[in-house]
Design a protein around this ligand. Structure first.
Ligand code: SF4
Ligand code: SF4
Length: 150
């Protein structure tokens, strides 16, 4: 095969930009709708467990009392069901992939101590109000029964 057959193509390519990218020196730009991995804004999470129930690969777990959300990234298929179901919209499918890991493991996210303390304060306040309301109703009932007996 004559070299002259390739010459026009070779000459054309001399003046074209390269088809390869300069990764990792130039960061890769993911397509707009790429599903790389699931991310969470943990302080917004209310621990409702909707994401856990929606997950088809049982990759998630939530501990409401401890304020933690855990994902097994080796089980996650990035289907996005958890993102759709989350009522607080604190989950998102982020374009970038995770760093490679040597061992199978789970990633656990925990709420900040300030948010945990505030939630605890609100729970205690609600419990106190409920107890007061219950006591008030019991007193009213006793008073009504006393009036009937007279
Ligand atoms: S993206 Fe799909 S597989 Fe991954 S945690 Fe969410 S529901 Fe589960
Ligand atoms: S669905 Fe959203 S708010 Fe509910 S536990 Fe999952 S991440 Fe938290």
């Amino acid at each position: 095969m004559s070299i002259m057959k390739f010459a026009p193509e070779a000459l054309k390519n001399l003046f074209k930009p390269p088809v390869t990218t300069k990764y990792p020196f130039v960061p890769f730009e993911y397509p707009e709708r790429a599903r790389g991995h699931i991310d969470i804004e943990i302080d917004q999470c209310i621990g409702c467990g909707m994401c856990v129930r929606a997950c088809p690969s049982s990759a998630l777990s939530v501990n409401k009392n401890e304020g933690t959300w855990t994902i097994n990234r080796f089980d996650c298929i990035v289907c996005g069901y958890c993102v759709e179901k989350c009522p607080k919209k604190c989950l998102s499918a982020v374009p970038g992939y995770q760093e490679p890991e040597g061992e199978k493991g789970e990633a656990t996210y925990q709420k900040s101590p300030e948010v945990l303390a505030e939630e605890k304060r609100k729970r205690e306040e609600a419990a106190k109000k409920a107890a007061e309301l219950k006591a008030q109703k019991a007193n009213e009932q006793l008073a009504n029964e006393g009036n009937k007996a007279k």
